[in-house]
Ligand binder design. Structure first.
Ligand code: MG
Length: 259
């Protein structure tokens, strides 16, 4: 019997949470959270304290200094456009990030706001001019994200600051997971329980290593920085009360409601 690389690696789930008025990082094992102290990217260690998952509020799993994203990275999302020759990188902002169960809030004048379910790469080591062959070492893990996008602004504005980086336009979580084969995971989005996007990350035109290497030629990536890797297929506009779920295999479900 063969064992896939998926089985051989140790899976670790990092979460960030608040409990009893304190914000902590922890490792999630089943329904138990093992609290950590120190920097999760370098020297975190268990405090010995545990808490039940049901007793904590999950927060976005990291606090990035930069939020990058790749446009048009699945063939199924290219549509009438020409497939790019290099990764199409754009910027979101750290202030756009929200955690699981937080509300997506449309800013004034937003009338065509779409979900974009994505796998998100979390950087673990400072990365500058990283070769593709070395990029894996700079990846801390992956999580799920929703690259919320106002399509009319995306078409009309010279920069995407409000189309892509408005407050609450970057749902992220629920956990950063290490040890997954992130270049072959099922990614699904569900709007009010109905599957709207479903594709494997093996269909990414630019894989995780290529994206990290490419971006690091221009920008120094720091631990905790995140890269939304792109969305597959078709998206659609959301309305108040909609529940949008993004699930990445092995990571879990990121659920947010439109306020
Ligand atoms: Mg996107």
């Amino acid at each position: 019997m063969t064992t896939s690389s998926f089985d051989q690696k140790k899976i670790t789930r990092y979460i960030r949470y608040s409990a009893a008025g304190q914000v902590s990082y922890g490792i999630l094992e089943g329904s138990i959270v093992r609290e950590l102290r120190g920097d999760i990217y370098t020297d975190a260690e268990p405090t010995g304290k545990t808490v039940k998952l049901s007793d904590v509020k999950l927060l976005a799993p990291c606090e990035p200094s930069k939020v990058l994203a790749i446009g048009i990275n699945y063939k199924s999302h290219v549509g009438e456009r020409t497939a790019p020759g290099t990764p199409r990188v754009f910027l979101k902002l750290p202030t756009s990030i929200i955690g699981p169960e937080e509300n997506i809030v449309f800013p004034p004048g937003a009338g065509n706001v779409h979900f974009e379910g994505e796998m998100v790469v979390v950087i673990g080591k400072t990365a500058k001019n990283v070769l593709r062959a070395d990029a894996t070492k700079c990846v801390f893990g992956v999580t799920a994200g929703n690259d919320v996008s106002e399509r009319d602004w995306q078409k009309g504005d010279p920069q995407w600051f409000r189309a892509k980086a408005s407050d609450t336009f970057g749902p992220l979580g629920p956990a950063i997971v290490q040890g997954l084969n992130y270049n072959d995971l099922l990614l699904q989005s569900r709007l009010n329980g109905v599957v709207k996007q479903s594709q494997r990350t093996s269909d990414l035109m630019f894989d995780v290593e290529t994206i990290v290497s490419y971006i690091s030629q221009f920008i120094t990536l720091l631990p905790g920085d995140v890269i939304y890797s792109g969305t597959p297929g078709q998206t659609q506009a959301m309305k108040a009360g909609d529940i949008i779920e993004v699930e990445v295999e092995g990571v879990g479900v990121l659920r947010n409601t439109v306020a």
